[in-house]
Structures are given as C-alpha cells and as structure tokens.
Design a protein around this ligand. Structure first.
Ligand code: PLP
Length: 399
C-alpha cells in the first residue's frame, strides 16, 4: 500500500475532540458529562435570522459569487462600519467560516517555511492550518500570572528571523479569554510596521467583551491597513457554528485579489448560511448581544470564583470570549482530563475539560492547565464545578 502523506502524519488530533470516546463510554455507563471542553454556544441564534432561512422562497440553490453574495457583503460592511471599521463590500471576501478565512490568509501571504509568530497558548487549529500551508508556527509564551496579556515586545523582537512573515493574534483569545488593550494593539501595530509583517487578526469573539471593556480591532490601528488581514466568522457571534460563514477582510488590494483566486477555486460559500448571516447582521438588535454578554458574564463569574476557591487552583478573570484557562494541582492535564471521564464520577456526573497542552507547541507547556468553556447554563456550571472540586481531591489522594 502507498504511504500516507507527511502532512497527514504531522496533523495533530484535535485536543478538544480526542477525549470524545472516553466521554461516550462514560455516558454509556449512565454518567452525565458536563461538556466544558468545546466552544459550542448553547444560546439560541437570533430569531430574525432563523426566519430568513425558513421563510425564503428560493427555487434554485445556485453557487453564489466567490466573494459572497453582494447584498450580504453590503450588510456586513455596514456591520463593520457600526464597529468603526471603515471597510467597503470590496474589502470583504465571504468564506466557509472563520476556518477558511485563516487558511486563505496563510495561503495568500505565506510561503512554505515562512514563520508566523503567535502568542501562546493559542487556538489549536492554527497549528493544523500551518501544516496545511507548510508554515512554521513560532510560539511566544504569555503568562497565566498576567492573565495571558500580550508578551513584551522585546520577546517578539527575539523571535524575528529572516523567515518571519506574520503575526497571528486572537482577540479576545481562545483559549485564554484575554482581551488586548488599545496600548497592546498599538504596540503590535508599531512592531508589525517596523518589521514589515502581516498582522492576521482573528476577531471571531469580537462581541464577547465583559466588564464594559471595548474591543479594539486590528483595523482600528492607524497606519497598518496594508498589513492587516481580519479573520472573522458568524459562528460565535450569532451562536450559529453550523452555518459555516466567515469573512476575510483586508484593505490590501494585492492580498485581496490573491485570496480571490483561492476563493474562486473553491467556487462559493454556502447560500443558506449567507442568507442567515445577512439577516443576522441586518436585523439582530443590540439587546440580543446585551443579553448574551450578561449571560456569559454570570457564567464566567461562576467558573472563575469556584476555581479560585479550590485548593491549589488559579484562574485569571478573562475579559472576553467564553473560555478560561485554569491552573490546577495536577502534573499531566491530558491524563487528568481522561481520568475524569474514565475513572471518576460524583453522584453519577463528571466533567469534560480540554487539556491545555493542545494549545501550546512549547514542549511540556500547559501540563498543569486546562481550558474551560463556560457554555452551559448556570445550574449546570455549578454542578460541573462541584464535580471538579471533588475530583481534584480524589485525584490528589490517589497519587
Ligand atoms: C479562535 C477561533 N478562530 C476561528 C475559529 C473557527 O470557527 P469557524 O470555522 O466556525 O468560523 C474558532 C472556532 O472555535 C476559534 O475559536
């Protein structure tokens, strides 16, 4: 039999999904599993957008324009303008969700062997996309003690090589929930300009900012509009992960036309997804987002408070997204997360977490950390935190 490809060998298994078989077995034993491992929001999608899908009278589902349906790009440009992001429909390419936007950015801007610097821990799939593109990810550690703030610019300087071509940030961050400040974004902008790099800015959690903090987009930073590629998605914004609609946005016309070639090769983004997304960005009232932010703030507080009250645990308070990274008194988060599913139960319940190791590429980093997605209702979160507390006691006793 012929061998599989090198890329297939290198592709990492999803750190979030690899424990699924153990969760399935726990469920078969009659154990309730609280899923705090995955960023699948449970809040309902906006009604108006759902109705736009069910009420339309399409007679033929044809390919859309490769850049996306014009009326949707117009509506999306208005959405960005409402967020002080000055773009036109001609700066936007609609993609098959944020995932394709990130891949297009890599394909259009980077050669195999080029290096992209990413503050660590980072969204695990960035590594997978880098493998698709033959690109090298260069991690810069951020620290849990600082809540995973932007590492010092001097740390970035140390990582620059002739192969450095881009910086990739996620703001607010998955897995950390860290929200970059205006000062941090300005420093990054200066750095990007100084070294003539691309700035890939993944802003799929833009709406999820807490404690009255506001979101600073890479597109808000003056003087770097030729460097910025904004990566976006409706998945989280409208609790609509299954619509598979995202966007790549750039003022750089050379990048735009290069990305268009990749977009044309994959023909078009999904029609129904765009119908949903257009209605979502035109009709969703601010009260929807206010409700969502209120709900996630409550959930975040439950998780952060509970963890910080557990012996030997520490969890910074994230200002964005719906994740938190917590340090636990464990020596191997992969083993601990598997043990929770395989060998532990409390009143016929357990909790599924994502080992943080999957969000680091630095060897041995994240072994005493887990990522928690607070995407469950309050009562379930309280129950899940109780399970974790009991589990940690049992786990330390059995060692
Ligand atoms: C940081 C980040 N970027 C991009 C994505 C991709 O999302 P989608 O492809 O559903 O738009 C995710 C999904 O979890 C994410 O967390």
């Amino acid at each position: 039999m012929p061998n599989i490809s090198q890329k297939a060998v290198q592709m990492p298994a999803s750190p979030i999904r690899k424990l699924v078989p153990f969760a399935d077995q726990a469920k078969q034993r009659g154990v309730k599993v609280y899923h705090l491992n995955i960023g699948q929001p449970d809040i309902e999608s906006p009604q108006g957008a759902l109705q736009a899908v069910t009420n339309n009278d399409l007679k033929l589902i044809e390919y859309s324009h490769s850049a996306g349906i014009l009326s949707y790009r117009q509506a999306l440009a208005k959405y960005y303008q409402r967020h002080d992001i000055a773009v036109t429909p001609d700066d936007i390419i609609i993609t098959n969700a944020g995932t394709e936007a990130i891949m297009f950015a890599f394909f259009a801007c980077l050669n195999p062997g080029d290096e992209v610097i990413i503050p660590e821990p980072f969204y695990a799939n960035y590594r997978a996309f880098a493998i698709y593109a033959g690109v090298v990810t260069v991690p810069i550690p951020s620290k849990i003690e600082d809540g995973f703030a932007l590492p010092a610019i001097s740390d970035f300087e140390k990582m620059i090589t002739p192969k450095t071509k881009a910086i990739l940030i996620c703001n607010p961050g998955n897995p950390t929930g860290y929200l970059y400040t205006k000062e941090e974004m300005t420093l990054l902008g200066e750095f990007v300009k100084k070294h003539d790099l691309f700035l890939f800015s993944d802003e799929v959690y833009r709406e999820f900012c807490y404690d009255q903090a506001s979101h600073v987009s890479a597109m808000h930073i003056k003087g770097i509009d030729q460097h910025v590629i904004l990566l976006d998605s409706v998945s989280k914004r409208y609790s609509a992960c299954g619509t598979r609609v995202g966007a790549l946005v750039t003022k750089n016309k050379e990048i735009y036309s290069s990305v268009m070639k990749f977009a044309q090769a994959r023909l078009s983004p999904p029609t129904y997804g765009q119908i949903f997304a257009e209605a979502a960005c035109s009709t969703t009232p601010q009260s929807y987002f206010d409700g969502v932010v209120q709900e996630y703030t409550k959930r975040r507080n439950i998780v952060v408070e509970a963890i910080n009250n557990m012996d030997g645990c520490f969890c910074p308070t994230p200002k964005g997204a719906f994740y938190a990274v917590a340090r636990l008194p464990i020596d191997d988060s992969d083993r601990f997360c598997q043990w929770l599913l395989e060998s532990f139960e409390y009143e016929k319940q357990t909790v599924m977490l994502a080992p943080a190791t999957g969000f680091y590429t630095t060897a041995n980093a994240g072994k005493n950390e887990v990522r928690i997605s607070y995407v469950l209702k309050e009562a379930d979160l309280h129950a899940a935190m109780k399970c974790l507390e009991v589990a940690l006691k049992q786990y330390s006793n059995q060692k």
